[in-house]
Design a protein around this ligand. Structure first.
Ligand code: SME
Length: 155
């Protein structure tokens, strides 16, 4: 049952990656691409909140997203997003209430994943943040595919 569930997720992401590739491949505008990427991820999995923060003047600034209103600016090292930016790695949080300094934009969010977006020089130019109302929604499979998706985005 577990293996079947995991195969389903792999298949979903594999289809999603192709959709994203075809939607953004001919578009040069980064914000337009991020907007459609957020929408495609959000629609496919029905997450609570899916969106981007962009690094602007050494802060994370809210970018295109799907879901309820969110905080607009996050400093380096703050919350899950700021920690992912600071440490330059994907962070999977099974229970946000146990993450020190978690920024609760919505009290209904219980787990999340944050994936950094890199430019060609490996500088972090933003993060993809996805929140779920369920606990332990995200795992290594999500991390792998969402990193592949973020690699398609040029900020
Ligand atoms: N969860 C984030 C804050 C952003 S909102 O959830 C959209 C964090 O702690 O970094």
């Amino acid at each position: 049952m577990y293996i079947f569930a995991d195969m389903t997720k792999e298949t979903q992401y594999s289809e999603l990656l192709e959709e994203i590739r075809s939607v953004i491949q001919d578009e040069k505008d980064t914000v337009a691409c991020m907007a459609n990427v957020a929408a495609l991820i959000h629609e496919r999995f029905g997450f609570w909140w899916t969106g981007f923060y962009r690094v602007i003047d050494n802060e994370l600034v809210l970018g295109p997203f799907q879901g309820p209103v969110a905080c607009t600016r996050i400093r380096k090292g703050r919350g899950v997003c700021g920690t992912s930016w600071n440490e330059g790695r994907t962070i999977v949080v099974p229970n946000v209430h146990e993450f020190p300094g978690h920024i609760a934009c919505s009290s209904l969010s219980n787990s999340e994943i944050v994936v950094p977006v890199f430019d060609e020089s490996r500088n972090i130019t933003g993060v993809l943040d996805i929140d779920s109302r369920e606990f332990s929604t995200f795992d290594e499979t999500d991390a792998k595919w969402l990193e592949n998706i973020c690699a398609l985005i040029k900020i």
